[in-house]
Design a protein around this ligand. Structure first.
Ligand code: MTE
Length: 328
């Protein structure tokens, strides 16, 4: 996704430390802290509770939620220590190789957290996240996730259908799109101090896409409240679209008449569009989308149209391919 030239000192991904090596490095660091404590060196044996620690989440009692078996996978679930340390969350930086994203995101306080519901709705309001989560039917779904950068994972998300939230928000008939916005807090998200990107992170879907059975708001992962790097306390999951459509750490949901312009579309409209449906036959201007690297198994897999969810979503786009760029 990075819209910049690689400086001469920067390693290409292929030359970086192999994943297994840096994963074990992180485990060693954790074990080191425990050992130091045991030796009386004054360091805590377990990580000190940070404001973002999911163990302190006030909705923890709702997990694990019952799995909905209608959503199955054709590949193994990606281990948590891999998916939780390979995150795109540009507000917290872009150095996935050194785990900075997960570590820095953990400093973000998860409460108080409110979501503003506004625009074309019966009544605009700001609702506490716990009141939303407790009003929704939580369930677990196994979803594939395909990033536009040609890597993929498979994750057990917990959350609720976007359609349930639409009923809760009570939009008016003029609402055609749902626009979602991430927090702005440069005190905890260091990259928001740099004006490389036009914060806040924004993206959106049509009302019809939001009503589709697959459109899912995520609150948890691996049977517990989601750690911050996944986009706690509320993020979107649209498994048939490239991952950049799945806005993280949402603070505002607006029902609007006009098509929202997402952050990536604002930054580089030639490469990232509104629809962003997965399609192996439509290359990104700078790389092929024909295959993807599964970050769990390391395997290269052929990419599937609509990421394999065509049966559920292709009808949303019937007859639109002549006028719309559905796959970028
Ligand atoms: N949301 C925000 N607010 N900021 C981001 O940088 N990155 C997007 C999406 N949502 C992003 C975001 C991209 S490019 C992808 S691939 C997914 O989040 C990554 O989700 P994951 O880290 O859970 O894999």
């Amino acid at each position: 996704m990075l819209i910049r030239r690689r400086p001469s000192w920067e390693l290409p991904e292929s030359a970086a430390t192999p994943e297994a090596v840096y994963l074990s490095r992180r485990h060693l660091l954790g074990a080191g802290a425990g050992l130091a404590a045991a030796l009386g060196l004054g360091l805590p044996a377990v990580a000190a509770p940070t404001p973002g620690n999911p163990d302190l989440d006030p909705t923890k009692d709702l997990y694990p939620a019952k799995r909905n078996d209608a959503f199955t996978l054709d590949r193994p679930v990606t281990p948590e220590d891999i998916s939780g340390n390979y995150n795109n969350f540009y507000e917290f930086g872009s150095d996935r190789r050194n785990y900075q994203v997960a570590d820095i995101a953990e400093r973000m306080p998860r409460r108080p957290w409110t979501v503003k519901i506004d625009g074309l709705v019966e009544k605009e309001r700001e609702v506490g996240i716990d009141d939303i989560i407790r009003a929704m039917p939580l369930e677990e779904r196994l979803y594939r996730h395909r990033c536009v950068e040609a890597w993929s994972m498979a994750v057990p998300w917990t959350g609720f259908p976007v359609r349930e939230f639409i009923a809760f928000a009570k939009p008016l008939s003029g609402a055609k799109y749902i626009r979602m916005e991430t927090f702005v807090n440069p005190a905890v998200a260091p990259a928001q101090n740099r004006f490389i990107y036009p914060w806040p992170y924004v993206d959106g879907v049509t009302m019809a896409e939001g009503m589709n059975d697959l459109a899912f708001f995520v609150t948890g992962v691996y049977g517990k409240p989601a750690p911050n790097q996944y986009g706690a306390p509320l993020r979107l999951a649209l498994p048939w679209k490239y991952g950049f459509k799945s806005v993280k750490s949402i603070v505002r949901i607006s029902f609007v008449a006009d098509r929202p312009v997402g952050l990536w579309e604002q930054v580089q409209g030639r490469e990232y569009g509104f629809w962003a449906n997965v399609n192996p036959e439509v290359p990104h201007p700078r790389w092929s989308q024909a295959s993807e690297r599964d970050i769990g198994t390391g395997e290269r897999r052929p990419t599937l149209i609509y990421n394999g969810y065509g049966e559920q979503v292709a009808s949303l786009y019937a007859g639109m391919d002549k006028t719309e760029k559905l796959f970028m």
